[in-house]
Design a protein around this ligand. Structure first.
Ligand SMILES: Nc1ncnc2c1ncn2[C@@H]1O[C@H](COP(=O)(O)OP(=O)(O)OP(=O)(O)O)[C@@H](O)[C@H]1O
Ligand SMILES: [Mg+2]
Length: 416
């Protein structure tokens, strides 16, 4: 968070710090709680109503697929979950075989196409048994083949005449994991098998990566006629959300504090999640500086939770490398023998040692390693930039942590 904003926030909060407010229920503030009310998001909801609910509430299968992007904390997951929750009973009366299945790629250990479809099939296990090519399928097993899982899904829809809505959240994690966007195509493709039927599948892809959609091939995007971007919340919206949340979690909400928190977050991340947590931290710690530090740790934890095993090992290698540089700086040896910075080459060699000595991962190529460094940089966990390492010595990739290394290590070792 920029220092001047941080100073400003401290000044604002000095005035109001004495106001008493107590948390009577922490869940709405600290978790991604499914608030009973949706605040604002009118234009987003209108589109969702038009392209999805106007069909389902007319007893019809919606057409095409939907693709949604937006910054973290802009309400993407919440709005879809809440809207389906609100309409489920009415839809079920019209379409008894309606199912809405939510899968978040971050929550799947290995987010491959096969495991994502397996997760979907598992949610539909109560529609088994199925007959496929003369064989009876009684249970969904851990078949690692995406084709096998996909075939079961298609047969479930066809034989049970299901009206499926699948929400694939954080879809970019699947594309990153597989280094391929075939999964998105495959899901949009199976719906074309049910065109003209009163059953079928409608997929909603949610992603934080705004550039992913533009990178998809035409054969895929032509099957996704609807896409939307959830805009960033402004301070008035954040205030409204905080006000609603206070109703469920605080004894005596104080508007002045809520406005200050909303203004501060609107000028930084615009995330509702951050606004809720900052409010919680501030009440609990009674001090803005401490509350902001705690928020930094919370957001770092969000990012670390989402890392895959390869990225985690890379981060462990960086921590080792940084500690070794710091150790050398302290030692009484001539300066020219001391490592001054952690270079990407050095981090790669530590990473290779960790990969070869451990059982968690197979070591990847230098190019893939660099891509993983870039992904950690994009999440603001590290800084990674090209620097000159002295006259005639050329350039090196310098790595520095953006946060405290002890915090990073603690969170890496913490169980999700
Ligand atoms: N319009 C809103 N009305 C009420 N609560 C909201 C609204 N938007 C967000 N929230 C709250 O903020 C939390 C975070 O929002 P959400 O999980 O939808 O963000 P997101 O855009 O999916 O972020 P990410 O990309 O990090 O997953 C929700 O669980 C909900 O508690
Ligand atoms: Mg989300």
């Amino acid at each position: 968070m920029p220092k001047d904003i941080y100073m400003l926030m401290r000044m604002c909060f000095k005035v109001v710090v004495t106001v008493s407010m107590r948390v009577i229920n922490s869940e709405p503030l600290v978790d991604d709680w499914l608030c009973p009310e949706i605040v604002d998001r009118e234009s987003e909801r209108k589109k969702i109503d038009k392209y999805i609910f106007s069909y389902l509430l007319d007893g019809k299968q919606p057409l095409g697929s939907y693709y949604v992007t937006g910054n973290s904390g802009s309400g993407k997951t919440f709005v879809f979950k809440r809207m389906f929750e609100n309409n489920r009973t009415r839809i079920k009366q019209l379409l008894p075989r309606f199912e809405c299945i939510y899968v978040n790629a971050v929550e799947i250990r290995t987010p491959s196409s096969a495991s994502i479809i397996q997760e979907i099939n598992k949610s539909l296990e109560h529609y088994l048994p199925l007959q496929i090519d003369g064989e009876t399928i009684n249970r969904i097993k851990n078949w690692k083949n995406a084709y096998v899982q996909m075939n079961i899904l298609k047969n479930l829809i066809r034989q049970r005449e299901l009206n499926l809505v699948i929400i694939i959240d954080e879809v970019e994690k699947i594309v990153q994991y597989e280094k391929d966007d075939g999964f998105i195509y495959a899901l949009t493709n199976i719906r074309s098998e049910f065109i003209g039927k009163n059953y079928g599948i409608f997929t909603i892809f949610i992603s934080n990566d705004k550039s992913l959609f533009k990178k998809l091939p035409l054969k895929t995007t032509s099957r996704i006629p609807f896409d939307d971007n959830f805009s960033n919340y402004r301070s008035g919206d954040l205030f409204e959300v905080l006000k609603i949340f206070s109703k469920y979690s605080l004894d005596e909400p104080n508007d002045e504090i809520l406005i200050n928190i909303a203004n501060s977050i609107a000028s930084t991340s615009s995330s509702v999640r951050d606004a809720k947590r900052l409010l919680y931290n501030f009440i609990e710690l009674g001090d803005m500086e401490k509350a902001l530090n705690a928020l930094d740790r919370d957001t770092l934890w969000d990012d670390i939770r989402k890392l895959n095993t390869q990225q985690r090992v890379v981060l462990f290698a960086i921590i080792q490398g940084i500690r070794s540089v710091r150790e050398q700086q302290k030692r009484l040896i001539p300066t020219r023998y001391k490592e001054r910075i952690l270079t990407s080459k050095r981090a790669y060699s530590i990473y290779c040692e960790l990969a070869e000595n451990g059982e968690l991962i197979k070591k990847t190529s230098w190019r893939t390693f660099q891509r993983m460094l870039q992904s950690l940089r994009d999440m603001d966990i590290i800084r990674y930039e090209k620097v000159s390492i002295g006259r005639g010595k050329g350039w090196a990739g310098m790595i520095e942590p953006e946060c405290n290394v002890d915090d990073i290590e603690f969170l890496l070792r913490k169980k999700t």
